[in-house]
Design a protein around this ligand. Structure first.
Ligand code: PMP
Length: 284
């Protein structure tokens, strides 16, 4: 296994980060995750645009242009013979003597990339769908930044695991914000696709945008608005989107079946449409 660390491709075992790295000490960094299907990066320009924005919001200079990132990602995918899975990228404010304030301006950022093989297209979970529970959203107020400060998500996901379900939907003021690592969608009995509008309260999901576009093209009414846990309990279908799961049907929320309690036809249709799009070479 080969990883990328600060300009070099190195064996996994040799990649070491200093104790004083600000990513380790303060979660002072951001990350990005893009899917690989058939050895090709999916929607990568959008992921790199979000990475650039995350860096800008916390005032770390982007060490690479989009073209350079892409070249490095592609080389990493090639060196790891990755056909299907994920590319993980992280940039921290670098290593310096521990102090909350920014380090000296010449401190180089730490840049890490690795790949993870994952069965995305034929994920067995997509056949059955997942159950979710709702939990309070305990995160900070800049969830639009893809920060490596993920304690809220870690605790939410662990609550899901301990409840024996696939994910947790986080809730603030009675409204669903998002999944622990995914965007939450419901389909109302009137067959309207609902997801929360973008704001500081949620991460702007790259898969969210692609799926909304596919839904509109398929003639579905798409509404960006808040929805409550109660409305979700009464939904006809539900699903989550993320680069790692694409479209994952949600078949129960807090122990109550969603619709028939089986993956919904619209969720499965959107999932199929996404893979069709990813297969089209022009969109790769
Ligand atoms: N929300 C959160 C909190 C996430 O961690 C993720 C996964 N990165 C998403 C939404 C989905 O984003 P994307 O579709 O870009 O993977």
């Amino acid at each position: 296994r080969i990883v990328f660390l600060n300009g070099s491709f190195v064996p996994f075992e040799e990649a070491k980060i200093p104790v004083m790295d600000r990513g380790f000490l303060f979660a002072d960094g951001i990350y990005e995750v893009a899917a690989v299907l058939d050895g090709r990066l999916v929607d990568n320009e959008a992921h790199l645009a979000r990475l650039d924005r995350s860096l800008g919001e916390i005032r770390i200079r982007n060490p690479y242009s989009s073209a350079e990132w892409t070249r490095l990602e592609e080389e990493l995918v090639r060196r790891n013979n990755l056909a299907e899975g994920l590319v993980y990228m992280e940039v921290t404010r670098g290593a310096a003597e521990r102090d909350f304030a920014f380090p000296p301006a010449d401190t180089p950022p730490t840049v890490v990339m690795f790949t993870q093989p994952k069965n995305i297209r034929h994920s067995p979970l997509a056949q059955t769908g997942i159950a979710v529970i709702t939990v309070p959203d305990q995160r900070w107020k800049r969830r639009d930044i893809k920060s490596v400060g993920l304690l809220g998500q870690v605790l939410a996901k662990q609550a899901a695991v301990e409840a024996g379900v696939g994910d947790a939907w986080m809730v603030e003021d009675g409204y669903v914000t998002e999944g622990s690592s995914s965007t939450a969608f419901i389909i109302t009995p009137e067959k309207r696709l609902i997801t929360r509008p973008l704001s500081n309260a949620v991460l702007p999901g790259i898969t969210r945008l692609a799926v909304m576009k596919l839904a509109k093209e398929a003639g579905l009414a798409v509404e960006e608005r808040l929805f409550t846990v109660e409305e979700a309990h009464g939904a006809e279908e539900a699903f989550v989107t993320s680069a790692s799961s694409i479209v994952m049907p949600v078949v129960a929320i807090d122990g109550k079946p969603v619709g028939t309690g089986r993956p919904g036809p619209l969720a499965l249709r959107l999932r199929a449409l996404y893979f069709e799009l990813a297969e089209a070479p022009a969109k790769a």
